[in-house]
Ligand binder design. Structure first.
Ligand SMILES: Nc1ncnc2c1ncn2[C@@H]1O[C@H](COP(=O)(O)OP(=O)(O)OP(=O)(O)O)[C@@H](O)[C@H]1O
Length: 241
């Protein structure tokens, strides 16, 4: 019998990181549940993308550690079961969406069928267009497909639906619910409170490089407070009205 696996798929402990002389992660600790959707909310510059970069091996924290399935990040990445959708993947400039997906699929042992994934995310409509000429929302859809094509067990999605129209956004929500039902763990960032309310099993509110508040939407909101009210109360405005 395989060893029973913990219900925690990702554990970040006391992450600290300075970049350009300023503290970006300031003791950030959180857990993400296996087969759950975990949402990170936080103001611009709170450290969400930096956190994802630490979880995906693009940055190494000065102190603290991230463990995925109990292993250091690099070991987990080497198994190829982690997917990531960055906020910006400008590296793909001239490639067409399906070429890119086929290329990425070729890097994985048992990828999803590219055509079915492309169909699901509406990529065939712009299959012949170079990545750099796609609209913002189209690039997002391609980036999401790229994160999923390797059939990850844990996927990091940095603002996955930013710039998407409501039809596409709802299709993505549906897809993420299906992934969760299939046991995939999702960690996403969003500025859309409605997205967190729709999808998240667990929410972490991050400000100035640390987690200020964690809980389910029902635990955080309620008693007349919306999730946005709670967010505004526990985070710092970057721009004063
Ligand atoms: N390589 C770097 N050098 C210097 N500062 C950096 C670097 N990378 C990120 N930062 C700074 O770290 C802070 C956190 O950035 P990060 O991108 O993690 O924020 P975020 O929470 O994802 O914000 P947003 O919601 O706007 O995407 C910002 O102030 C940013 O300017």
């Amino acid at each position: 019998m395989p060893p029973s696996r913990s219900s925690v798929v990702l554990r970040a402990s006391d992450l600290r990181l300075e970049l350009g002389g300023r503290t970006v992660l300031d003791g950030l600790s959180l857990e993400a549940g296996r087969g759950r959707i975990t949402a990170l909310l936080g103001p611009n510059g709170a450290g969400k993308t930096t956190f994802i970069r630490c979880c995906t091996g693009l940055l190494r924290p000065d102190a603290g550690e991230v463990r995925i399935d109990g292993e250091p990040v690099r070991a987990a990445l080497a198994r190829g079961r982690v997917g990531v959708m960055p906020q910006d993947s400008g590296a793909w400039s001239g490639i067409r969406p399906l070429e890119m997906l086929r290329h990425l699929a070729g890097l994985h042992a048992s990828p999803l069928p590219v055509d079915a994934l492309a169909e699901r995310l509406g990529l065939h409509d712009f299959a012949g267009t170079a990545y750099r000429r796609l609209s913002g929302g189209q690039k997002q859809a391609v980036n999401l497909a790229g994160a999923l094509v390797g059939r990850p067990e844990l996927v990091f999605l940095d603002e996955p639906t930013a710039g998407m129209d409501p039809h596409t956004r709802r299709a993505v929500w549906e897809l993420l619910r299906e992934l969760r039902a299939a046991g995939v763990s999702v960690l996403l960032t969003t500025h859309a409170m409605g997205e967190a309310e729709e999808l998240a099993d667990q929410v972490h509110i991050v400000d100035a490089g640390r987690v200020r508040l964690s809980g389910t939407v029902a635990e955080l909101a309620g008693q007349g407070d919306s999730l946005e009210d709670v967010f505004l109360r526990h985070t710092t405005a970057r721009i004063r009205p």
